[in-house]
Design a protein around this ligand. Structure first.
Ligand SMILES: C[S@@+](CC[C@H](N)C(=O)[O-])C[C@H]1O[C@@H](n2cnc3c(N)ncnc32)[C@H](O)[C@@H]1O
Length: 272
């Protein structure tokens, strides 16, 4: 198996096996994933599958390209790494099409899933440069944001769409921001191997009747979370459900959709 045409042929071959009802389906993914190269291909194939509606299959395939979490992320270096990574990219963040599209796809899901009304208060966690906030301008009563990267927050502030912006780590920021009717967290939880602190803080920061709308990269149900890259993580449905339940939240919607070229879970949890 090599790059180029061969590569495409293998990805397409796998995709045909998966969508052929009489074909090997998931077994085709399992077979391909026997080799390291096959596991790399599985990730590309997952993208094709999620785009074409083979959603559970796409999560199955993508999980093969992820790895068990080894624990090295636990160190305090993670926050410094993220500040550096996003600090360096803040100025040009909005120029990248995939980043604009990912924010737009999240807000499409949001508008499709929950009432976004002029009187509600909204907190955008991991708000980045404010690409989600921009799409809420004029549609909600209060819009606040939290992000751990100062440069990203400065960019968001320059757009004048947030009422209040706080530079803080998500759970700590949530604890200090009062309650909101709607808490959003798009494309940010991938930097957290464990979501326990986030869920606990978000549940406490939701108004009664409020909703938490979030995205994560998706991994298969057999794990809580898997590592996608150096400091990026995918999370599973059972893990999200367990955290929601243990923090008193009820699942309202959980869908597999494209999250920047990989399968993701797009979720709404209600604070009853
Ligand atoms: C990929 S960007 C997405 C930004 C925005 N949500 C969007 O949809 O355009 C991820 C953002 O999450 C922030 N972030 C990552 N981990 C965080 C954490 N633990 N607490 C607060 N912000 C975090 C980063 O600084 C970055 O601005």
């Amino acid at each position: 198996m090599t790059a180029g045409a061969d590569y495409s042929r293998h990805v397409l071959g796998l995709w045909f096996d998966v969508c052929d009802p009489g074909g090997p389906r998931l077994g085709a993914i399992d077979r391909l994933a026997q080799t390291a190269e096959g596991r790399k291909l599985a990730r590309f194939a997952a993208m094709l599958m999620v785009e074409t509606g083979f959603k559970d299959e796409s999560v199955h395939a993508a999980s093969y390209s992820y790895k068990p979490i080894d624990g090295s992320w636990e160190s305090g270096e993670a926050e410094a790494f993220l500040k550096q990574k996003f600090g360096a990219g803040a100025a040009t963040y909005d120029e990248i099409k995939a980043q604009r599209l990912t924010a737009a796809q999240f807000t499409d899901f949001l508008f499709d899933s929950v009432p976004v009304e002029p009187h509600i208060t909204v907190l955008d966690v991991g708000c980045g440069t404010g690409l989600v906030g921009e799409r809420l301008l004029g549609k909600v009563g209060v819009l606040d944001g939290i992000d751990l990267c100062e440069e990203m927050v400065a960019k968001a502030r320059s757009k004048n769409v947030y009422d209040r912006l706080v530079v803080a780590e998500a759970a700590a920021g949530l604890a200090g921001c009062g309650t909101h009717d709607l808490i959003l967290c798009n494309w940010c939880l991938l930097y957290m191997p464990r979501l326990d602190d986030f869920f606990a803080a978000a549940a406490r920061a939701l108004s009664p009747g409020g909703q938490l709308v979030l995205t994560v990269y998706a991994c298969g149900d057999a794990w809580d979370a898997l590592a996608m890259g150096e400091r990026e993580f995918a999370h599973s449905r059972p893990y999200l459900r367990r955290l929601a339940k243990s923090n008193g939240l009820a699942e309202d919607r959980m869908e597999i959709r494209v999250l920047c070229a990989s399968p993701g879970y797009f979720c709404v949890f209600d604070n009853p």
